[in-house]
Design a protein around this ligand. Structure first.
Ligand code: MN
Length: 328
């Protein structure tokens, strides 16, 4: 599509009429949320109503803040009467991706994931793009819509997130969309959303980690005990990597009767993925790449003596990694 893809825009608009009640469905993450906002803007005053609906429960603090600060109204799919709607749109996903999508007959799909079998009358799938939000930005430009600060901030944040600040797959089109949005976005708001990865109750887990870590020869180990979300182990493992003398960070927690192990390394002659496999692959699921890896071990596979208390468990993790993982 050329920058001003007016033909695609015309075909997209041709899917809708003024008495349509449109449901935009997605699996909520920043890219999906911003894409849905853009779709709502594109269809504004062209259809009777537009409702945004997620198939997942949104719990990540940064995503919750994005929704709140940008004033996005999203309803979980199970709270909706599907037959009230006449047109269905999926953004940042495809019908085959999730069984929750099977209850709807999709009319429009716009996505950047690898193409699966899509039967929707209108689909625009561009796997080379770093973000669906870049595609939607092109539609906005084709429609000559000047995005509001909130919409632009959402799309701006989404492109940053999905391309990991342009360190992942990115096209010049993503950069062009980003450059265009930069003019309209509120970058302070975007920064606040980006940094809001903590929930207030996470602070007690930080305190626990800071009070109980073990640090030797550049390796930091911490066990958080039972956690409300495995994301906490990731957040705290990443946090420890920010200490200049830390070369390895290993943070564990118990979630759903499993021991979650998050490994981070500086990637210099290290392979967190291989270390995870060697240390835990024989009793659980383990893998990853050079700088980031994860293992999940069902507690019943571990000896009661090793899981008896937090100190024993931490010592067991250290032993597995330093001996079996041959990190000594
Ligand atoms: Mn995406």
């Amino acid at each position: 599509m050329t920058l001003y893809g007016s033909e695609k825009l015309r075909r997209l608009y041709a899917q809708f009429s003024s008495d349509d009640h449109v449901l935009v469905v997605f699996s909520a993450d920043p890219d999906a949320i911003a894409s849905a906002m853009a779709m709502k803007r594109l269809l504004w005053r062209k259809v009777a109503s537009i409702t945004l609906s997620s198939i997942n429960v949104i719990s990540r603090p940064d995503n919750l803040l994005m929704i709140r600060l940008l004033g996005v109204h999203i309803i979980h799919i199970e709270k909706l009467k599907i037959n009230r709607f006449t047109r269905f749109v999926i953004v940042d996903s495809q019908p085959d991706h999730h069984e929750a999508f099977s209850q709807i007959k999709t009319d429009v799909v716009i996505d950047h994931h690898p193409e699966t079998h899509v039967e929707a009358p209108f689909h625009d799938i561009r796997p080379q793009y770093g973000a669906t939000s870049s595609i939607l930005t092109e539609y906005l430009r084709a429609a000559r819509i000047k995005p509001s600060a909130k919409l632009a901030t959402g799309l701006f944040h989404a492109i940053k997130t999905d391309t990991n600040n342009f360190q992942r797959q990115t096209l010049v089109e993503d950069l062009k969309a980003f450059q265009f949005l930069f003019r309209y976005a509120n970058i302070y708001l975007a920064r606040k959303i980006e940094q809001a990865e903590l929930r207030f109750d996470f602070l007690k887990n930080f305190k626990h980690a800071l009070d109980s870590y073990s640090f030797r020869r550049g390796r930091i180990y911490a066990h958080l005990g039972t956690v409300n979300t495995p994301d906490l182990c990731v957040i705290i493992a990443d946090f420890f990597m920010r200490v200049n003398t830390v070369r390895w960070s290993i943070v564990t927690g118990i979630y759903n009767n499993k021991l979650i192990v998050i490994l981070r390394s500086d990637g210099l002659r290290k392979d967190a993925g291989k270390t995870a496999e060697k240390s835990f692959g024989h009793i659980g699921v383990a893998g990853g790449h050079k700088s980031a890896a994860r293992a999940e071990i069902p507690l019943e596979k571990m000896k009661p003596a090793d899981t008896g208390n937090e100190t024993k468990l931490l010592n067991w993790v250290i032993h597995q990694i330093e001996k079996k993982g041959k990190m000594a």
